[in-house]
Design a protein around this ligand. Structure first.
Ligand SMILES: *[C@@H]1O[C@H](CO)[C@@H](O)[C@H](O)[C@H]1NC(C)=O
Length: 334
C-alpha cells in the first residue's frame, strides 16, 4: 500500500525528471539556421586579427582526407554536400599538357576526378588530430567537378581557374558541432576593402623568421581584406596570372590580403572565406584556391567567387536538405 506522501514524492520526482529532460533536449536541439557562428568568450585573442577559433565556432568547416592524408578543407552547405576546391579532388591525367586550356587550343580537360571513395570527410573537428569520439566521418559517395575547371603551370607555378567542386556524402544529422554555412544570395557583392574571415588549419599569424608550421594544432581564423582586381593585378606576385589569356576574371576570383602576416597557407585550400551579414550570420563568399607564398605581407591570395558558381551548386544539390538563413526563412529550404 502506498501512502499519499509517497505519491507526492513520486510526482515531484517525475516532474523534475521531465523538466531536466526538456532542458537537456533544448540545448541539443538541431540548429535551425545556417551560418550562425558559436562564439566562445573564454578563448583569448592571441593577436589582433588572427587567433585560434573557439571549439566548433564554425561548425561547417570540414576536413578532407585523401587516401588517409589530410588534403584540404571544405564547407558543409547541406546535409549531403561539401563545397571545396576542384584542385582538392582531381589529379592530372597521365601525359596531360599543363598549359592553360586556351593555349592548348582545345577544351579537353587535363584533369580527372579522383574516385569518391578515396576521400574521407571529417565533421565536428577542432584539433587537427581530433579524437574519434568527437567527430563524424564519412566516405565520399560522389565527386562533382565544375565543368570548366582548369589547372596549368605558368613559370613553374601551378594555377587554377574555376576551382570549384562538390563532394557528396550520405546525409549527416545536423547538431551543434556540424551544420551548414549559408550560401550567398545570387547578387551578393563583396565590397573592396571589406574584411572577411578565413579559417582553416593554417590561418594565423606567421613568424617569417621561422618556417610556418603547417598544419596548425587547432582550427584557426584570420581577418583578411578584399583588394580590388586592378590593385591585385598590379602586385608583382599576381600580375602574370591575371592575364585574361588564363581565363581568370574578376567574376570568377577575388583577391584577399592579410596584414602583419595574418594569413592563410596551404592547409586552408578548399576552405571558406566568410562574410558576416547584417543578420549576424556567415555566408560562404569564397573558396581558397591559390596563392604564391604564405605569409608575406600584402601578398594576395586567390579565392573562387561562390556567386559565379551558384547555378552549378544549386543544380547539383537539389534534393538535399539546407538550412534557411536567419533573415530569409523561405530560401534554401528543401
Ligand atoms: C589512393 O589510393 C588508391 C587506391 O588504393 C590508389 O589507386 C591511388 O594511386 C592512391 N592515390 C594517391 C595519390 O596516393
Amino acid at each position: 500500500m502506498w501512502f499519499p506522501c509517497c505519491y507526492l514524492v513520486l510526482l515531484i520526482t517525475l516532474i523534475n525528471v521531465s523538466l531536466s529532460f526538456t532542458a537537456e533536449k533544448e540545448s541539443e536541439d538541431p540548429p535551425r539556421y545556417c551560418g550562425i557562428a558559436r562564439p566562445n568568450p573564454t578563448v583569448k585573442k592571441k593577436a589582433k586579427g588572427a587567433e585560434e577559433t573557439a571549439p566548433h565556432e564554425f561548425p561547417w568547416i570540414v576536413k578532407i582526407y585523401h587516401n588517409k592524408t589530410f588534403k584540404c578543407a571544405g564547407s558543409l552547405i547541406s546535409d549531403e554536400y561539401i563545397l571545396t576546391a576542384a584542385s582538392c579532388v582531381t589529379s592530372l591525367k597521365p601525359g596531360a599538357s599543363t598549359k592553360p586550356v586556351r593555349l592548348r587550343g582545345s577544351n579537353l580537360r587535363n584533369t580527372e576526378k579522383r574516385p569518391p571513395t578515396e576521400f574521407v570527410l571529417e565533421f565536428g573537428a577542432h584539433a587537427f588530430k581530433e579524437t574519434y569520439e568527437n567527430i563524424v566521418r564519412r566516405f565520399g559517395v560522389e565527386v562533382l567537378l565544375y565543368p570548366n575547371y582548369d589547372t596549368f603551370d605558368i613559370q613553374k607555378t601551378v594555377m587554377q581557374t574555376n576551382d570549384i567542386a562538390l563532394i557528396r556524402v550520405k546525409p549527416i544529422v545536423f547538431n551543434k558541432k556540424m551544420y551548414p554555412i549559408c550560401l550567398p544570395k545570387p547578387k551578393a557583392k563583396i565590397r573592396e576593402h571589406s574584411n572577411l574571415l578565413i579559417s582553416g588549419w593554417s590561418s594565423r599569424v606567421y613568424d617569417l623568421l621561422k618556417k610556418p608550421l603547417d598544419p596548425s594544432k587547432n582550427l584557426m581564423k584570420s581577418e583578411v581584406t578584399k583588394i580590388s582586381f586592378p590593385s591585385c593585378k598590379k602586385h608583382e606576385k599576381a600580375s602574370m596570372f591575371l592575364d585574361p589569356l588564363y581565363q581568370l576574371t574578376k567574376n570568377e576570383v577575388f583577391c584577399l590580403t592579410g596584414k602583419n602576416n595574418f594569413d592563410g597557407c596551404t592547409s586552408d585550400y578548399g576552405g571558406p572565406a566568410m562574410v558576416k551579414s547584417s543578420g549576424d550570420y556567415y555566408h560562404l563568399a569564397g573558396i581558397a584556391s591559390w596563392r604564391s607564398n604564405c605569409a608575406t605581407n600584402g601578398n594576395p591570395s586567390f579565392y573562387a567567387q561562390v556567386t559565379k558558381f551558384l547555378d552549378f551548386i544549386l543544380a547539383s544539390t537539389k534534393n538535399s536538405k539546407f538550412l534557411p538563413s536567419k533573415d530569409d526563412r523561405s530560401r534554401n529550404e528543401f
